[in-house]
Write a new protein. Structure first.
Length: 464
């Protein structure tokens, strides 16, 4: 039997979820190695401590500002899978055209937001370079377009393009960082990120035009708008709350703690996050594959069970390895040695990231199946954590409303330092896990969620 025939048999045995995941996992490791070198080896030695600590807040600010397009992108990935399943290519073309218009509007709004808020951001993030502002505006625009292209590729299951970009994008960013960061500092990093987003747009648009080139003309999907709105509303709550949480955590560290603490948060988070990089591919493939099967009326519990099992195994092994090796690894290079005192926090960040990753795998599956009962729990915990974490550093605003002896007692607790931030993050992640476990068990058993599962499946089949 020829190699091609053997691979076809292997593909049929593995199924679409694990076949595409395996391909992206193997090929994408080169991209992960490049990203690891850029973020963990190159940037700590090329950026100042202050600029290094600003990398995560800026990245997550752009993601938070692009929440509208991120929500629409998730909706797009879901409905494109549905349209793809029934061959409605004209609707895909029309949808893509509308998404470009929305991305353009979001880009203009993001530039206006950055322009209005930059004085405050510059003060709180301690940004000194005069070139950061235009680079930050460009970075914000890129954050509006890249999710749209990625979700279009994901929804139409163009996984070969994803494989190419998973390697080409990190190499392009590294090349620009090597040239620009030593000269421009943080601005050079932002320029590299803009170039990577540009590569995604050019490549993705070309592939999608080829995919749609021989299909029918534009076909309106206006009849699906009410169903899209019902789908988008809980997705918006979920994405908005999680994006707020992801922004507040590093922003609080950068704003209120020492520059060394902010840089240590960047380094320890990057190190603890290495195992979960393996699972980003799984999550990316899971949404369109589960959505495709769900829209055709098939069961998806096996996919959820397999995905959670794989994610849990990777997280457990990763937490053990990262936690034990962090003190030794941080002592290997001169640029890392200032962070050795923070190495014992890595295992705590591994637990935080593990819970977060498992929640994202579960959320991806549930959203692909139009089940949103979990959203309100996730959103409540995320918003509450953000309020507690940031609010505990700014409650001095209430000093004038309390008697002096009361204020002295209140202000002594809690000790607002690096460990306090980690403990708050850990506590709320554990709370989230405890609250979600019953919902996860019901989903694994195939039980209806809030009594509406059957109705949602009926609506999905009627839409298709």
């Amino acid at each position: 039997m020829r190699l091609g025939g053997r691979l076809q048999i292997l593909r049929e045995r593995m199924g679409p979820l694990w076949w595409h995941t395996a391909i992206l996992l193997v090929v994408g490791r080169l991209g992960d190695v490049v990203n690891l070198y850029t973020g963990f080896f190159f940037l700590p030695g090329a950026l100042s401590v202050g600029d290094l600590g600003a990398v995560d807040p800026i990245n997550r600010l752009a993601v938070f500002g692009a929440v509208p397009i991120s929500v629409l992108s998730i909706v797009a990935a879901k409905y494109l899978s549905a349209y793809h399943a029934v061959g409605a290519y004209g609707k895909i073309r029309c949808f893509f055209g509308d998404l470009r218009k929305v991305a353009l509007v979001c880009s203009l709004l993001m530039v206006a937001f950055i322009s209005a808020s930059y004085p405050g951001l510059r003060l709180r993030l301690r940004l000194d370079s005069p070139y950061v502002f235009p680079a930050l505006c460009g970075f914000a625009v890129a954050a509006c377009w890249q999710p749209m292209i990625a979700m279009m590729i994901q929804g139409t299951q163009r996984f070969r393009t994803v494989t190419f970009l998973s390697v080409a994008d990190p190499l392009l960013r590294l090349g620009i960082c090597v040239v620009a960061v030593p000269r421009l500092g943080l601005t050079g990093y932002l320029v590299a990120a803009i170039a990577g987003a540009g590569l995604h747009y050019v490549t993705g648009r070309r592939v999608l035009r080829r995919f749609l080139g021989a299909t029918a003309d534009w076909s309106s999907y206006r009849g699906d708008w009410p169903d899209m709105a019902r789908y988008a509303a809980p997705v918006a709550v979920y994405v908005g709350a999680c994006s707020l949480q992801a922004f507040v955590e590093p922003f609080t560290v950068k704003h209120f703690l020492a520059p060394e603490d902010a840089a240590a948060f960047y380094m320890t988070w990057r190190y603890a996050d290495m195992p979960t990089l393996l699972l980003s591919v799984l999550n990316f493939v899971l949404l369109p594959v589960v959505s495709f099967r769900h829209e055709q009326g098939g069961g998806t519990q096996a996919y959820l069970r397999q995905a959670l099992t794989a994610a849990l195994a990777v997280c457990l092994v990763g937490a053990l390895v990262m936690g034990l090796t962090a003190p030794w690894v941080f002592g290997l290079r001169a640029a890392w040695r200032p962070f050795v005192p923070y190495a014992d926090r890595v295992w705590q960040l591994c637990v935080i990231l593990s819970i977060q990753t498992l929640m994202m795998v579960f959320a991806t599956h549930q959203m692909a199946c139009r089940r949103f009962g979990f959203v309100w729990t996730v959103a409540l915990v995320a918003v509450l954590e953000s309020a507690v974490l940031y609010g505990s550093f700014v409650w001095s605003a209430f000093q004038h409303f309390l008697p002096a002896d009361w204020w002295d007692t209140v202000n002594e607790w809690p000790p607002r330092d690096f460990d306090y931030v980690i403990h708050v993050m850990m506590g709320f992640r554990l709370l989230l896990a405890a609250l979600l476990i019953p919902t996860v068990i019901r989903a694994l058993r195939g039980q209806a969620e809030d009594g509406v599962w059957a109705e949602q499946k009926k609506t999905a089949r009627e839409m298709a």
